[in-house]
Write a protein that binds this ligand. Structure first.
Ligand code: ADP
Ligand code: MG
Length: 751
């Protein structure tokens, strides 16, 4: 139920009366024309009236109706964001995804015409373009949360737009809860001192917003809900007769059929992840090579979050003359980005979801059915420019029976210790009373508090400690911040910064199973032309090269992934041609660049906040000494001391027996975790007992070295997607029994 219906649309202003505007904008003619066709533009007046009369307004409108690109401009023209108007202060716009923050900032900058680029900036984790003339700032929701822990009143802002609220990302949910308090404070200040109150606009692509509007603890007075009626063309939905497990093959066939038989119009394919996308990309480019003189070429483009930004923006670029565009996307294209010209949608009906087992802490990426709401969104992408078609690669029976109506909010599916620490730093003490749109369950809250207490960020009474306050300075998970702080006590800090940054960025190495497809995705022109036989030899050669590269980084210490990462970071900084370096060594350039930026960011924070600890950021590090390597391993281990795994055969009365001969693969050596193992011994769905052991992840340096030390510390547990469903540990660092004993006794580290 919707608490308050949209107010009747006011009559349009009589001819000749211009709308009140504080700022003149000189938009290019073609932009102006395109704007007029957007449904949200017709609602400008009612939106601005609602914003002027209320502190918080909720806007619901179909994807593509113009919310993200236009609403910030309405505010801007009404005087928000500009210094010399009655409502000075930035207009902040948050997005759950980095891709969207960057591309929307670009677009709005363009739409504002000459000088627009300087007025619109973006800020994502490591990159920002804000300058003195910034009026509209797009950012990820995480960035605004960080700013809130520095200035809870958001004094620099006059308005904040929280976009894509229907996605229910964990940060968006928290942000809405926090912002409800900020609004109240800004209002009180305004009444006392005549400052400006803050305006909050929550935007959603669906009408399912009752968690925000009907939550009295969040908003005692329900905010008005404005509905933007979008002109959506009819979309014919075609279900498959059967639901096959091997859906990528079906999708391939469907795309070929559409392209060969149906009239012009772009194709948008929804897949679950990078692997599927690159595979299909390769197949399609082979079938429809993009060469001169080829009839009806297919212009295939990938779109997923790990793709470099420049590549992502290609979907908005020109489609080469005479060709049909075909975008292979993850759910980024569901509501965040509207790709122009789509008439056909091919939907696999699944998505990859990060899940988290609250009892064991095991994370997994599971492929599961999307919700009916998401399936409808996906279908809707085809009906923007004209009547569209959506091909669902699953049967209507499965859809009816197995698809949930709506997706679960992310806060119910994720570890939350980082959030709890952040909230404590904002002086939100009784988190149980926080106005969450959907509250996390109590056990996960308690578990996070225990971990934070264990790390020393909270005292036994649950109050934020000085250490916790310092930990929150860093844009890192609490555990990594803790390692950084331990690292300060030895002369290892620059190395620890490098390690923590690389661990935190994650996915530095290209996984082995993505070897061949990755290369090809980088090299567009070559794609599709290679002979199969040649490919096989290349693949074999590639694999050999791959292991050579991996082993080359294990010289500092063969038993620590953390030190392997350190070697990589050190080597990277000395290379002149970083693209070539990454290609040669099977590293992801984007991850390496982000690691560099994160090192810089962490170093700056330390220089500014911890006088005398670090003088400056020097990207080039000399190799650490033997003593330093030892100390580094111990520092890492101390940060993960609650995440120790012991080789299962060494436990008393162990049923596992290992000998040099019995171990064929390191990844099959069973380990037991200290704290979590008992939790694995639960009956699974089938009533069978789950394997209580955990295993070394094939990406670990240990796997390529054929080593399996007695004790390891791990940073995460992942359940593999394979049918065996083994739980695997990564990244790993070996630790000695003596060191463990010393730590258990609380003895300071020996270096
Ligand atoms: P909403 O937020 O309501 O989903 P948007 O404001 O994102 O809608 O999109 C409005 C229109 O702007 C869409 O037709 C979309 O295709 C277009 N658009 C957005 N970004 C770009 C861009 N970079 N280039 C061209 N068109 C764009
Ligand atoms: Mg949008």
């Amino acid at each position: 139920a919707i608490p308050k219906m949209a107010p009747a649309r006011p009559p349009p202003p009589p001819e000749g009366i211009k709308k009140a505007s504080f700022v003149t904008v000189g938009r290019p003619i073609e932009i102006q024309a395109a704007r007029l066709s957007l449904p949200v533009v017709a609602e400008e007046q009612s939106i601005m009236e609602a914003v002027n009369a209320n502190d918080c307004v909720v806007i619901c409108g179909e994807t593509g109706s113009g919310k993200t690109t236009q609403v910030p401009q309405f505010l801007y023209e009404a005087g928000y964001g500009s210094p010399n108007t009655p409502t000075p202060g930035l207009i902040g716009v948050t997005q759950p995804r980095r891709v969207a923050a960057v591309s929307m900032a670009n677009r709005v900058g363009e739409e504002l015409g000459p000088g627009g680029k300087e007025k619109v900036s973006y800020q994502i984790r490591f990159e920002g373009t804000a300058g003195p003339s910034t009026a509209i700032k797009f950012m990820t929701d995480g960035v605004l949360l960080r700013e809130l822990s520095e200035d809870f009143l958001l004094r620099r802002y006059s308005a904040v737009i929280i976009d894509e609220a229907h996605e229910r990302s964990i940060n968006t949910d928290i942000l809405i809860g926090v912002m409800s308090r900020v609004l109240k404070l800004r209002k009180e200040l305004a009444e006392k001192y005549g400052t400006k109150p803050l305006k909050l606009i929550i935007m959603s692509a669906t009408l399912r917003v009752s968690d925000f509007t009907e939550n009295q603890r969040l908003f005692p007075v329900a905010p008005p809900l404005l509905k933007v009626e979008a002109r959506q063309h009819p979309v014919s939905i075609h279900f498959s007769r059967r639901t096959v497990i091997e859906y990528p093959g079906e999708i391939y066939k469907k795309v070929c059929k559409v392209h060969r038989r149906l009239p012009p119009g772009g194709i948008l394919v929804f897949l679950t992840g990078q692997n599927e996308i690159t595979h299909l990309l390769k197949r399609l480019r082979k079938t429809f090579p993009f060469k001169k003189n080829v009839e009806s070429p297919l212009h295939v483009l990938p779109l997923y979050s790990l793709l470099p930004t420049k590549e992502q923006l290609k979907v908005f670029g020109e489609v080469p003359e005479g060709s049909r565009m075909c975008v292979l996307a993850t759910n980024v294209a569901e509501t965040s980005l509207t790709i122009p010209g789509i008439r056909y949608v091919v939907d696999c009906g699944r998505s990859k979801e990060r899940n988290y087992d609250k009892t064991t802490g095991v994370q997994s990426f599971d492929i599961g059915w999307v919700s009916k709401a998401s399936a409808a969104q996906r279908a809707g992408r085809s009906g923007r420019t004209g009547p569209g078609h959506c091909y669902r690669i699953y049967s209507s029976a499965v859809y009816e029976r197995d698809f949930p109506e709506f997706a679960e909010p992310e806060i119910l599916r994720m570890p939350i210790e980082g959030l709890v620490l952040q909230m404590r730093s904002m002086n939100i003490d009784t988190i149980a009373n926080f106005p969450f749109p959907t509250a996390p369950d109590r056990p996960s809250l308690q578990k996070s508090e225990r971990l934070l207490e264990y790390l020393g960020a909270l005292d036994p009474g649950g109050a934020l400690t000085e250490l916790g306050r310092v930990m929150n300075f860093f844009p890192l998970s609490p555990r990594f911040s803790k390692i950084l702080i331990i690292g300060q006590q030895h002369e290892c800090l620059p190395y620890i910064i490098a390690i923590v940054a690389a661990l935190s960025v994650g996915d530095v190495f290209i996984p082995e199973h993505q070897l061949d497809i990755h290369r090809e995705a980088d090299d567009e022109d070559a794609a599709g032309n290679a002979e199969t036989a040649l490919e096989d030899t290349q693949r074999a050669k590639g694999r050999k090269e791959y292991y050579r590269a991996h082993r080359a980084f294990s010289s500092l210490d063969p038993t620590s992934d953390a030190l392997k990462l350190l070697s990589v970071v050190c080597a990277y900084e000395y290379e002149k041609d970083s693209t070539n370096f990454c290609e040669r060594n099977f590293l992801r350039l984007k991850a390496m660049q982000e690691t560099h930026k994160l090192r810089q960011q962490i170093s700056k924070i330390i220089v500014a906040n911890c006088p005398g600890v670090l003088s400056s950021f020097n990207p080039k590090l000399p190799p650490p000494s033997t003593a330093q390597v030892k100390a580094l391993k111990q520092i890492i281990a101390s940060g993960f001391i609650d995440q120790v795994a012991i080789r299962a055969d060494l436990l008393p009365n162990s049923p596992y027996k290992l000998s040099q001969n019995s171990v064929k693969r390191v990844t099959e050596v069973p380990y037991m975790t200290l704290f979590a193992s008992s939790a694995f011994q639960r009956p699974s769905d089938e009533g069978l007992s789950l394997d209580p052991a955990v295993y070394i992840h094939p990406s670990s340096v240990l796997a390529s070295q054929s080593l399996y030390p007695e004790y390891l510390v791990y940073s995460e547990l992942k359940k593999s997607a394979s049918p065996t469903g083994k739980v695997r540990m990564k990244p790993l660092t070996s630790v000695t029994g003596a060191h463990l004993a010393a730590l258990a006794k609380g003895t300071p580290l020996i270096t």
